[in-house]
Design a protein around this ligand. Structure first.
Ligand SMILES: Cc1cc2nc3c(=O)[nH]c(=O)nc-3n(C[C@H](O)[C@H](O)[C@H](O)COP(=O)(O)O)c2cc1C
Length: 347
């Protein structure tokens, strides 16, 4: 069914379809009988699927990755589709348009996406107003924060703190995004010395809050082992609660399309099926290195229940999907959970 719908949706530019589908879902959400039917189709509830992540209770381990609901306009509607958690953002202090279009490309034969969106979002103040209005029961909301493109890296900490302070009261956890390859120079913030400054400042702010909420760090799959080791050390020292692994990659490994097409698409972060292995390897490494003590949300190339199971077995407590949702539709969430239930019940 979704395959047929997909063949029509994929005739149109990716960003246009994103907006269209978002609009349809928002409309469906405000009509109670339609909402009830959709919810009944997609929701999965079973005590065996429940999870706890850094003290947060979740109905099951499958969520929507950052970047889909950049402006917090969709999370309520998406709660109908059975996601246990949704990470909104990346949010920057001031709204920004992002990079020029086209900036999102499908590579259907490889079930991949390449994007160079560049943190397009409406800015923290507008987004917080929306978060204040609604928090659907049972849905866990993460807030993914970044810096404005115009802000030099030397002042990045001010941007992260602005977004942190703005979002913290209205989300269940915060993800610090220093790993997006589509904002010039942002990945350099993963440099251990700079990262330490940003995370130290954030932890200080977190420690002033009455309620302690988890702070996570989202990392790139393109980090060298040396950098990753340093980052894990900083994370441990500062008491960062967990890792979101991984963001999109600048590599083009795993694509079967020709060089010409790759070059024509140009720069951007790749996600989807070719990201499966880098995500798995990163999560495996984190588990080995931290002896399984550091909680991980696994994201990258979850296109099927088997992919989700692999990331969970590698050490992730939760998984997030993005490209898998585009290529396989909303039923992917239910399919993953059914498979997990089967595994739990059959031992
Ligand atoms: C179009 C697009 C936009 C994205 N925007 C963000 C973002 O704003 N912040 C972020 O942390 N990750 C962003 N991501 C990365 C995803 O959250 C996720 O880490 C990545 O796509 C890997 O998962 P996947 O293979 O299931 O797509 C984006 C991904 C895509 C495809």
């Amino acid at each position: 069914m979704y395959r047929f719908l997909r063949s029509i949706l994929f005739l149109f530019p990716a960003e246009f379809i994103h907006k269209l589908v978002a609009g349809i879902l928002r409309l469906a959400y405000v009509i109670p009988p339609v909402r009830a039917v959709i919810r009944a189709c997609y929701s999965v509830r079973d005590p065996l699927l429940e999870r706890e992540f850094c003290g947060i209770k979740l109905a099951h381990p499958v969520g929507l990755a950052a970047g889909f609901d950049k402006n917090a306009t969709l999370y309520s509607a998406f709660s109908m589709l059975g996601f246990a958690f949704i990470e909104i953002g990346t949010v920057t202090p001031v709204g920004q348009a992002g990079n020029p279009k086209p900036r999102l490309f499908r590579i259907v034969q490889d079930e991949a996406l390449i994007n160079r969106m560049g943190f397009n979002n409406e800015g923290a103040d507008v987004i917080v107003k929306r978060l204040k209005k609604a928090h659907p029961a049972g849905l866990v909301i993460g807030g993914n924060i970044g810096k404005n493109t115009q802000t030099p890296n030397s002042e990045a900490v001010t941007d992260y703190l602005y977004c942190f302070d703005a979002l913290y009261p209205y989300v269940d956890y915060i993800t610090v995004n220093v790993s997006c390859p589509n904002v010039a120079g942002l990945s350099a913030l993963q440099n251990p010395e700079i990262l330490r400054d940003i995370l130290t400042a954030i932890v200080k702010h977190r420690n002033r809050q009455i309620e302690r909420k988890p702070v996570l760090l989202k990392i790139s799959p393109d980090l060298s082992i040396l950098y990753l080791d340093d980052i894990l050390q900083i994370v441990e020292e500062l008491g960062i609660d967990g890792i979101v692994a991984v963001n999109t990659t600048t590599q083009r490994t795993g694509l079967t399309i020709g060089k010409d097409r790759i070059e024509a698409i140009g720069k951007g972060g790749m996600s989807g099926k070719p990201l499966k292995l880098p995500a798995l390897e990163t999560i495996n490494y984190i588990r080995q290195r931290t002896k399984g003590k550091l909680p991980v949300i696994g994201t990258g190339g979850v296109m099927s229940p088997e992919d989700a199971t692999r990331l969970l077995n590698a050490g992730a407590t939760l998984v997030q999907v993005y490209s898998g949702f585009i290529y396989h539709g909303p039923s992917l969430v239910k399919k993953i959970n059914k498979e997990l239930l089967k595994i739990i019940i059959n031992g």
